[in-house]
Ligand binder design. Structure first.
Ligand code: GLU
Length: 499
């Protein structure tokens, strides 16, 4: 059996966007499913628009997503000689010819066609030049491109693995350029030469390339070369059913990474943009994806990029990720936010001295919080108070739960009592708080909510008594005291002094 060989061929003219990542992922899944080869090729022949730092960024995003490649990266810019050779070969076979039309001439003809509301396609001015005419132009030193000679009649058809039988009439195609007059290949020439040389068996790419395929097939057929299977992937649309673009918000993989998205979640989400796994299961471990992935089950209907669904998926993954995997990601976020690593003590300030200065302790905290996280940013954000004493009271939380005038005194008393609770357990802290509420004749809810804000700065957090045990007695006592002082200051009209 022939080994499956697929490739992902980004152009480094931008960051890796979600559409490109979906293409890469489908190629990768297909290769892994068939125990084939996944090739990475950088299509950097557009000298003006290609940037090496964008190549680096694309490779980083691929690595972050876990889409490891088996061969490459190959750079088209290093294979220019090969493309020239293939253009010459096509010319020798009579399937290509030199075109001496200057950009100005072509532009003038195009403008004229537009003025007459005629669709423009290259008029074949150089298609039938005699050898003598060509020789004369060469002798004049006129630069020339090489164009492919599209047959005048007939059609080219192919069986797309996703879209079925597709066909185009040759009269609708123009003699497209293979090699520019500066010696650089066009996309078509580079792609066909590379796919042939790299023995690519399946070309899996976005549906925006469907119209390119007949031209490329004409080249394979002109060369008498074996053709790969083509499979085009449905377009990705925004919620307004227009093609996904920056107007819809973040479109690069890097932006999702920066927002605290887990690569596992993004991969799972991308996999479902155009593919429904058997049994319609949405959260799918990678192994299952690899097993189930087939080109025949890719949909031809456009897929809608639903950011809310991605957010949901991200929280599902955060919830179920093994803490060993989550921990380094959380530490990275804490360091980025300048909170400093709890465990290693690096960072730009003193290592936090919360009660569990150990990996085990940090794991415990992360486990407590992970079920509530929507993104990794929640750890240095809404969960900040679990990692450092320097946190602020959320204004909304204050407005909602710090209204009662008795609170300064209540929180101070609670602080004093908790200082003596021994052992400092879930049951004992709860009993202490409820006892106080009863004694002072206030609702336990009032005290619970106010205490939560005092301890975490937030209106929502894990169960209050779990939080207390997590933070430890000393810290709870100090934070309640600090909140009481803050509230007293606020009552006295000296507001604003957040700790
Ligand atoms: N460089 C092309 C792109 O980024 C690749 C097209 C192809 O896969 O053939 O769209």
């Amino acid at each position: 059996m022939e080994v499956v060989r697929v490739r992902f061929a980004p152009s480094p003219t931008g960051y890796l966007h979600v559409g490109g990542a979906r293409t890469a992922l489908y190629n990768w899944l297909f290769a892994r499913h068939h125990r084939g080869v996944f090739i990475l090729r950088i299509e950097d022949t557009d000298v003006d628009r290609s940037k090496p730092e964008l190549t680096t960024a694309i490779l980083d995003s691929m690595t972050w997503l876990g889409l490891n490649w088996d061969e490459g990266p190959f750079y088209q810019s290093q294979r220019l000689e090969r493309y020239r050779q293939m253009a010459a070969e096509l010319e020798r076979l009579g399937h290509a010819y030199p075109c001496f039309c200057s950009p100005e001439e072509l532009q003038a003809k195009r403008a004229q066609a537009e003025a007459q509301k005629r669709p423009w396609k290259y008029d074949g001015a150089c298609r039938n030049l005699t050898e003598a005419e060509r020789a004369r132009r060469r002798a004049e030193g006129r630069p020339h491109a090489i164009r492919f000679r599209v047959p005048e009649s007939g059609q080219t058809s192919f069986e797309d693995r996703v879209f079925g039988l597709l066909e185009v009439e040759h009269r609708d195609l123009e003699d497209f350029v293979l090699l520019r007059s500066d010696g650089h290949p066009t996309y078509h020439l580079g792609v066909v030469a590379d796919d042939l040389d790299m023995r690519v068996t399946h070309v899996i790419r976005g549906a925006d390339h469907i119209s390119n395929t007949p031209k490329q097939l004409l080249m394979y057929r002109a060369l008498g070369a074996p053709e790969p299977v083509f499979a085009h992937l449905p377009l990705i649309l925004g919620p307004d059913k227009q093609r996904l673009s920056k107007r819809h918000g973040a479109t690069s993989v890097g932006a999702y990474r920066d927002q605290g998205t887990l690569p596992e979640a993004l991969v799972n989400f991308l996999a479902l943009l155009g593919w429904t796994p058997p049994a319609g299961k949405e959260i799918l471990p990678l192994e299952e994806m690899i097993q189930a992935f087939e080109l025949e089950t890719v949909s031809k209907s456009n897929a809608v990029f639903d950011v809310e669904k991605l957010a949901w998926m991200n929280s599902e993954y955060l919830r179920s990720l093994p803490v060993e995997r989550l921990l380094p990601l959380v530490e990275e976020e804490l360091e980025k936010a300048g909170i400093g690593s709890w465990v290693s003590g690096v960072g730009n300030r003193q290592p936090a001295v919360l009660n569990r200065q150990s990996t085990e302790g940090l794991k415990h905290t992360v486990r407590l919080l992970q079920t509530r996280a929507r993104t990794l940013k929640d750890f240095p954000g809404a969960f900040r108070a679990f990692f450092t004493d320097e946190f602020e009271y959320d204004p909304e939380a204050q407005k909602k739960f710090w209204k009662d005038a008795q609170l300064p005194e209540l929180l101070e008393t609670l602080s004093g009592r908790l200082a003596r609770v021994e052992p400092f357990t879930l049951a004992a802290t709860e009993q202490c708080l409820r006892g106080l509420a009863e004694e002072k004749n206030v609702k336990a809810g009032l005290l619970i909510n106010a205490t939560r804000v005092a301890l975490t700065g937030q209106a929502v957090a894990p169960g209050l008594f779990e939080v207390m045990v997590e933070l430890g007695r000393e810290r709870v006592v100090a934070r309640l005291h600090r909140a009481a002082e803050f509230l007293r200051a606020r009552l006295a009209g000296r507001a604003g002094a957040t700790p």
